[in-house]
Design a protein around this ligand. Structure first.
Ligand SMILES: C=C(O[C@@H]1C=C(C(=O)O)C=C[C@H]1O)C(=O)O
Length: 275
């Protein structure tokens, strides 16, 4: 059976999917594109078998999902595509209206945490479409943007808080925005197919990371970057590994959210077998 596999429709997924989509790495799957929020919903509804999902979505449904080892979208410092842009300094945002992109979940919780714990402010948050700065109403003092829209919006408001950098400065740890997860019921019925697809994703990651310059010459126009800046973003800002330090970062995030009352409990990360 060809498993359905979710892919975030931003350039941040090219370093994992390019090899498969080029046909260079054989993989029996049907790739479905979406925003992180759409993929979260589709995996939960059973419309996808396996997907990259927001890290916090895993935490919310850890009883229903298993994580695929060695795959993640994270950063150990600035991420460049997870940005909180504001008209005033973050420390002046108490009570002000702030828009949060509807396309994300992890970053929505991270920005609330950073604003409360690092900057000591509690703005009024509103979930909104956040794909350009042009249509941002004047009374909205700040906006959380992710992915390609965030790359395009860089520098368009006076203040920028890069959430990966904010997290690193606060905790000293890398941050994991997204993980790859399979539904436990799918894994029970299709263990072999899941392992094959996991191996294909890891091979595709190796293949794609070795060809980032080639990838960037085509995808850079989508986000208005030159090819070199795009390559720096995908090579040096984002990381696609899930190392023990990344896992430590993930646990720290979940523990902080539990303390804030945003998560009922800190889940234990559970993985598929490595064969
Ligand atoms: C680094 C990024 O990571 C993402 C952020 C996510 C989230 O906030 O829920 C989910 C998936 C990733 O696409 C990005 O989109 O720029």
């Amino acid at each position: 059976m060809a498993l359905s596999l979710g892919k975030v429709a931003y350039i941040n997924c090219e370093p994992v999917y390019y090899g498969i989509e080029q046909g260079a790495i054989p993989a029996e799957c049907r790739i479905v594109d979406g925003t992180p929020a759409e993929l979260n919903r589709m995996l939960e509804a059973g419309d996808l078998d396996l997907s990259v999902i927001s890290a916090i979505e895993y935490a919310r449904h850890s009883d229903r999902y298993l994580i695929l080892p060695d795959l993640a979208i994270g950063s150990d410092g600035p991420a460049e595509s997870v940005l909180f842009l504001s008209r005033v300094k973050p420390a002046s945002l108490d009570g002000r209206l702030v828009h949060l992109t509807r396309d994300s979940l992890t970053s929505v919780y991270l920005v609330k945490l950073l604003l409360a714990k690092v900057f000591g402010v509690r703005p009024q948050f509103l979930s909104a479409t956040a794909d350009t700065i042009d249509r941002l109403p004047e009374d909205v003092a700040g906006v959380l943007m992710i992915g390609d829209p965030a790359l395009r919006a860089r520098g368009q408001l006076p203040f920028t808080l890069d959430l990966g950098q904010g997290w690193k400065e606060w905790t000293g740890l890398p941050f994991v925005f997204a993980v790859w997860a399979v539904r436990r019921d799918v894994y029970d019925d299709h263990r072999e197919e899941t392992h094959r697809l996991h191996r294909a994703l890891l091979s595709s990651k190796r293949y794609s990371l070795a060809r980032l310059d080639e990838i960037c010459t085509t995808v850079c126009q989508r986000v208005g970057l030159d090819s070199d800046t795009c390559a720096t973003y995908l090579k040096e800002r984002l990381s696609f590994d899930l190392t023990p330090r990344h896992i430590e970062g993930l646990y720290r995030f979940f523990t902080l959210l539990e303390a804030e009352g945003d998560l009922p409990s800190t889940p234990v990360l559970e993985f598929i077998d490595v064969v």
